[in-house]
Ligand binder design. Sequence first.
Ligand code: FES
Length: 310
Amino acid sequence: MPDATEEYPNLESVPLDAPQFEVAAKNVKRTEYVTFAAFVLGFIGFAAFGAAYTQNAPTYLLGLTIGLGLFFFGFGLVSWGKYLMPQGPFSEPRPLMETTRQEKELLKADFTSRGKVAIKRRSFLVKAMAAAGGVFGIVAAFPLIRSLGPLPKNSLMTTKWRKGSYLTTIYGDRVKPSDVAVGGIVTVFPEDDLGSAISQTILLRVKESGPIVTMPGREDWAPDGFVAYSKVCTHAGCPVGLYEHLEQLLVCPCHQSMFNVKDGAMPVFGPAPRPLPQLPIYIDSDGYFRARAGYDEPIGPGFWTRGGTA
Ligand code: FES
């Protein structure tokens, strides 16, 4: 772009490296440093989010890191726009309302030149902003790259329950028959997945003693009056935590689906489309409940019946 004063020598020129405008910041240097620091902290927050995401860190850590990254990055942008950019209102005496071609060309060249100077004077802020914004763009793609499509592989189909897993409370205490009264329930987890929303299982004592055969082929899945089902509702995934002992029904509090405990947790009311998966259990020689195997089908809402892969 030609310099406007070369093309139109009669027009008055203003040195471009001189201050061209007023900004709101009282101490410009200090505001620039604060803005720069905000971009750097935003960069660190986004990078920490990326690291936490790839390490499968807890959800609160993901929220904390991305939240801090967005906060500082946004703070930097607001600080720059509010305190370091030219402040209006702008006015210019204009004796004529008509704009000549010469004036248009001058304005165009002047605008471009001033823009370059304004950006050049704060190139370190531009670099910091670009670095923070760039890393944000990269980590924002992580959920797409890692969590969608085929990449979860088989993780949605299985839980941490394995052959021999102890049934333990959320505090890690192994459960034995004397811990649960008839009509009572306890939520249990595998020892290596305490508190898991996926592996949570409900252990019920339906009767005093004797096996419960919920379906043909499950003769040894529910010993001594105890039976265990996945606690994740097959409708929309709420925890099925209510047990009506007289009717022997498990009830989901979200949309009132009811599951017949003695009939393989077959749904008898509500929107749940299929039974709760049953966990085969036994009592070992030390008197503790253990799993005979993991669930033989995926737990929770049946996305695989609507086009997923089993
Ligand atoms: S989530 Fe259980 S009935 Fe809807």
